[in-house]
Design a protein around this ligand. Sequence first.
Ligand code: 6GU
Length: 273
Amino acid sequence: MRLDVLTIFPEYLAPLNVSLVGKACARGVLDVRVSDLREWTYDRHNTVDDTPYGGGPGMVMKPDPWGEALDTVLADGYEAGAHTPALVVPTPSGRPFTQELAVELSERPWLIFAPARYEGIDRRVMDEYATRMPVYEVSIGDYVLAGGEAPVLVITEAVARLLPGVLGNAESHRDDSFAPGAMADLLEGPVYTKPPVWRGRAIPSMLTSGHHGKIARWRRDEALARTAEMRPDLIERCDPAGFDKKDRETLSILGWAPEPGGRFWRRPSVVEE
Ligand code: 6GU
């Protein structure tokens, strides 16, 4: 996979050379190119932003540097044999970045990231490139960052670990919290390793019982409890067909009951406070 990043802070992307993404690059699975957007400015101050039309606070990124930078990167990539690019624009006004979208992006051969600083990029840039390629405007959560560079790191790591030959163990994907279909969209419960007692805290004895069926059931119940606690919205969204008899029992103990339609809702009597 080829991955271009156009940014006014190229140093911010240095972590792409570390850890899993760095290894994917070293192995030739990923080909990362970071370019400085200011290379495509021609004034003394290398200006990339200007005041917004219509007034208001902040600055907007000018279309000219983006247009020239994107045209250059596109020409370079095509020349190097890359094909079917997709433009990824991290922005708090984008659609949520999910595991499903990570999988979709991991199946594309060429991603071009256009992280914005300031109040965003002139809308005409996205409109222009959308006539030539898919444009994904994505947000990594409901909070505001100063720019899209950290989201580029986040999205790249989520995508890179899905590429064939990067994670080593193909099984590692299957149990991911949020892996589509896996563990029926529950969060993962607690995990333990040696020593068996640490600062007086023993591991749950179930895990050394040797009863693999009972251990799987215990893990499932822990996952249900964890999800009900941290992400009740995920329980409500679950297709109830994915719950077996013991799941329903566990949910009932946790204060959840099925509606006539079958979906689970937390009984109001059990909500704390
Ligand atoms: Cl993608 N960019 C910025 N600037 N802030 C964000 C974000 C992206 N996702 C959540 N907050």
